[in-house]
Design a protein around this ligand. Structure first.
Ligand code: FEO
Length: 170
């Protein structure tokens, strides 16, 4: 593994850690707003992001390197609406996807085929996560965000969450 690849993976640990904190802040906000379905969705999503971070930590340590754990910037804790929350999630996931793609490209330049292979799981995961968030944003277009609409969307998100919780773990 080259120095550049190690640095890029170290940076990715920070991005995944931030995503975990961001989704935890979103879960807590949804909880305080009485949006139980969305809160459960984000508590689970926050745990998932921690697992993503750990995958990279273990990969580096298993590759005879030392994964260093960075501090993270505080996430926002106040949001205008659930719609805004999901718009921010899509933006953040797009940023993460771009970062993963850049490391994949770096691996090709550096002939690091093992890390390239390791990152394919993340490439697929990002594709799935972006599609999921877009499908939730579509619900705001279809149902609208009146109080009744919000109630329905929250129930829809809860149904998605239950499905994800029951899906086999990868
Ligand atoms: Fe692990 Fe959703 O980025």
């Amino acid at each position: 593994m080259t120095k550049k690849t190690i640095q890029a993976l170290q940076k990715q640990i920070g991005l995944e850690a931030y995503a975990s904190q961001l989704y935890l802040a979103m879960a807590s906000w949804c909880d305080s707003e009485g949006l139980a379905g969305a809160a459960a969705f984000f508590y689970r999503q926050s745990d998932e992001e921690r697992q993503h971070m750990l995958r990279i930590v273990h990969y580096l340590n298993d590759s005879d390197q030392h994964a260093e754990i960075p501090g993270v910037d505080p996430p926002p804790n106040q949001f205008e609406s659930l719609h805004e929350v999901f718009q921010q999630v899509l933006q953040h996931e797009q940023k993460v996807t771009k970062a993963i793609h850049q490391i994949v490209q770096l691996c090709m330049q550096e002939n690091d085929f093992t890390t390239w292979q390791f990152l394919q799981w993340f490439v697929d995961e990002q594709h799935e996560e972006e599609a999921l968030v877009r499908s939730i944003l579509d619900k705001f277009k279809l149902i609208g965000d009146s109080p009744q609409g919000l109630y329905l969307i929250d129930r829809e998100i809860d149904a998605i969450n239950q499905k994800l919780l029951n899906a086999p773990q990868q």
